[in-house]
Design a protein around this ligand. Structure first.
Ligand code: PLP
Length: 420
């Protein structure tokens, strides 16, 4: 019998060793992507920087890997920042994002000297200035702008449209005022702009539009306010393969286009090309991960469908319930058997929406089989909850065919540890 082999590891053996549900993440895959970023972006273009969007998947071990690979890291909360601090991540390579950073979080960021604070609004600007003064520091910032683009993706992961909670709208009233105020702040060094237009984008037309809009802004604010843009952070959002025929595109599909557009627009408008920063998250880690489950109950409703129950679901992977995300899966202990049935993979929570995969083709499924759901490396562990008081799964990192535990499985006592 042949089992599903994932980056040199027998997945069924992993479940025997660590139990299920189990997140498995390939370090080899992550390193391949980081290498692609270095070769096809950082080494191809000077004055560039690549930052891993850590909200996709962050543990201390992941932060160490990104540190070793030489990328920067982007954080959107005190917890993510704390994780970076705990592994001595070089603070000058940390970007701090978020539409409503708390005063405590900003204080923590300033105290530790994060590389950039990406300021979302004028209220935040005033807080950053105040705290920077208090610690007698000059804080480098970017403004997050909202370029007013509807990217082609699920509306919950669109972030660059006019009607968005993120960023400063590009009407003169707001962005000019923001730049003007920042230039007047003694303890703030405004470096440029940031946009992040959406996630899981498979086409680069939205990036082209966003670069064009931002380049025009750069020209206008240079003329009107004398502000020279030194940095342009173009966000992340590069799509990956989840299911069906749409495959992950190479990084260069996005970054060559972005660089061409930046260069062309700057030339046309007589601007100096700023430093260009990218922030991929999912693209680095999404396909690096799988989740392994044990199959329990199987309910066949004749003429309707067959529900196959697994020992996890929306607590470890909320994306199908949240965004109608589609996943592919395989029966790990029957990887070479012919697919003869179509089943629906149901999670174990008390929600009808807790379905991981609708209509998955499988060999004959039996209780005790192991299901592997593919491409769960991003926004699964990081979005996991304890709904229904289900403990979070363990995370195993595999590297060159060897496995190591990087996050222990939660216990019931872990769930209750703060309760009085
Ligand atoms: C989420 C996010 C990213 C990364 O998005 P991916 O789709 O995972 O690449 C990058 N930058 C910012 C500001 C984000 O919020």
């Amino acid at each position: 019998m042949i089992n599903f082999n994932f980056y040199g590891c027998d997945t069924v053996e992993l479940t025997k060793k660590y139990g299920t549900p189990l997140y498995v993440v390939s370090e080899d895959y992550i390193k391949e992507r980081c290498k692609e970023i270095r070769q096809d972006f950082l080494e191809r273009y000077d004055n560039t920087m690549a930052v891993y969007a850590s909200k996709a998947f962050l543990t201390k071990e992941m932060a160490r890997i990104i540190k070793r690979e030489g990328l920067g890291i982007d954080v959107v909360s005190g917890g993510e920042l704390y994780t970076a601090i705990q592994v001595d991540f070089p603070m000058e390579k940390v970007f701090f994002h978020g539409n409503n950073k708390t005063i405590d979080e900003i204080e923590m960021a300033v105290k530790h000297g994060v590389g950039r604070i990406v300021v979302d609004n004028l209220y935040e600007l005033s807080i950053v200035e105040e705290i920077a003064k208090k610690y007698d520091k000059i804080v480098k910032i970017l403004f997050r702008i909202s370029p007013g683009i509807d990217s082609h993706t699920h509306k919950y992961i669109q972030t660059g449209q006019v009607d968005s909670k993120f960023g400063i709208p590009l009407s003169n009233k707001y962005i000019y005022k923001a730049i003007d105020e920042a230039m007047g702040c003694e303890n703030i060094d405004l470096r440029g702009f940031h946009f992040h237009i959406g996630s899981q984008l498979m086409e680069n037309e939205s990036y082209i539009k966003a670069v064009k809009i931002t380049a025009n802004l750069m020209k206008e604010v240079r003329e009107e306010l004398g502000f020279i843009t030194k940095e342009l952070n173009t966000g992340g959002g590069y799509g990956i393969h989840y299911s069906g025929d749409i495959k992950r595109k190479p990084l260069s599909y996005f970054t060559d286009t972005v660089m061409d557009e930046v260069k062309r627009n700057c030339k046309e408008l007589g601007l100096q090309r700023p430093m260009v920063i990218i922030e991929p998250g999912r693209w680095i880690v999404g396909e690096a991960g799988i989740t392994l489950y044990t199959i329990g109950s199987i309910k066949e409703i004749p003429g309707v469908r067959t529900y196959v129950g697994v020992d996890g679901g929306m607590p470890d992977n909320p994306r199908p319930a949240l965004y109608e995300a589609k996943y592919e899966g395989v029966i790990a202990n029957k990887i070479n058997e012919k697919k003869t049935e179509t089943v629906t993979i149901a999670g174990k929570c008390c929600e009808s929406g807790d379905i991981l995969i609708w209509d998955l083709e499988t060999p004959k499924v039996e209780t005790g089989d192991i299901l592997a759901v593919l491409a769960t490396g991003a926004y699964n562990y990081s979005m996991a909850s304890n709904y229904n008081r289900i403990p979070k799964p363990a995370v195993v990192m595999i590297s060159e065919g060897k496995d190591r535990l990087i996050v222990k499985r939660e216990t019931y006592d872990d769930i209750m540890k703060n309760e009085i």
